[in-house]
Design a protein around this ligand. Structure first.
Ligand code: PAF
Length: 290
């Protein structure tokens, strides 16, 4: 496994890579979710490239950039064991040289949900992912469904900026009790870790109601909110039942056929903000619009 840092090193290494190249972008502190992306890339591509970069521009001023968990040696070992061929570990100066002033802004789909609550977050994500794409020039790039809005934003960006890259989305990997794997789970105390299962329990309860015929988006949101309200250590930030591509909120109204809905939430568990989602794969969700 080759490890490169500078753009010059990356360019030289890139020349020798067999196509198709699959890219797994990460911020490190790897868990089984990341490694499932590597496995999928390994299955589908001649070469697997990965990146490790804690991207400062996607953190807000009051967010956890300085405390974000890091474990470079462990991550490199895990990538090597998983069969990664090339790892790019740029420094902040490589990604954002002095005088940096060019940004990628995806407009509509960043206005809601995470984008509304974390101003500038998706500008940072889209910009760094564009730079990762430019540096590695993969044929495919792998992302987890756990960050559902990120996937929508990156798909939109890849389409709008004509990147010849297939965006591959892999299922959320969960702990045995349902908690979605996340590097931020490391922040949770044992009691908070237990309480954090309420996110998925809420989503699963709403999905069960949906599967049993409940097609009122507001009722589905309420089921999630009620569950989270029942956990004293958790505080709901938002729950959304939205169109999976536009992320527009669905509501009461005349039934309209849909290809699916994204049921997502963010909640604080102690001082840790967690997100999770499930996709409701059905046409029964009602559209608020006439
Ligand atoms: O999902 C992540 O870990 C990050 O947002 C990404 C895509 C690596 C960009 O920094």
């Amino acid at each position: 496994m080759q490890i490169v840092t500078t753009l010059a090193e990356l360019a030289t290494a890139r020349e020798a890579l067999a196509a198709p190249v699959g890219l797994v972008p990460t911020m490190g502190y790897l868990h089984k979710g990341h490694l499932s992306l590597v496995r999928r890339a390994r299955d589908e591509c001649a070469t697997v490239a990965a990146s490790i970069f804690v991207n400062p521009t996607q953190f807000g001023p009051s967010e956890d950039l300085s405390s974000y968990p890091r474990n470079l040696d462990g991550d490199l070992g895990a990538f090597e064991a998983a069969g990664v061929d090339l790892v790019w570990t740029p420094t902040p100066e490589v990604m954002y040289p002095p005088g940096f002033q060019t940004w990628v802004t995806v407009e509509e789909v960043t206005k809601r949900l995470e984008g509304e609550r974390r101003p500038g977050h998706f500008r940072g994500v889209a910009t760094v992912v564009a730079k990762l794409f430019n540096g590695v020039r993969p044929q495919r790039a792998y992302f987890g469904q756990k960050d559902a809005q990120q996937v929508v934003v990156i798909r939109q960006m890849a389409r709008d900026l004509s990147y010849p890259i297939e965006i591959v989305v892999c299922p959320t990997v969960r702990e045995a009790d349902g908690l979605a794997m996340s590097s931020r789970n490391a922040y949770l105390s044992p009691q908070e870790r237990e309480a954090a299962t309420v996110l998925y329990r809420g989503l699963a309860a709403a999905r069960a109601a949906f599967d049993a015929g409940e097609c009122d988006a507001e009722k589905l949101r309420q089921i999630v909110a009620d569950r989270v309200a029942g956990e004293p250590l958790a505080r709901l930030d938002y729950v959304s039942c939205a169109h999976p591509d536009t992320l527009e909120e669905l509501g009461r109204g005349s039934p309209t056929r849909f290809s699916g809905a994204l049921l997502s939430l963010a909640a604080w568990v102690g001082n840790t903000r967690l997100i999770d989602n499930v996709v409701l794969e059905e046409e029964r969700v009602r559209d608020p619009r006439p």
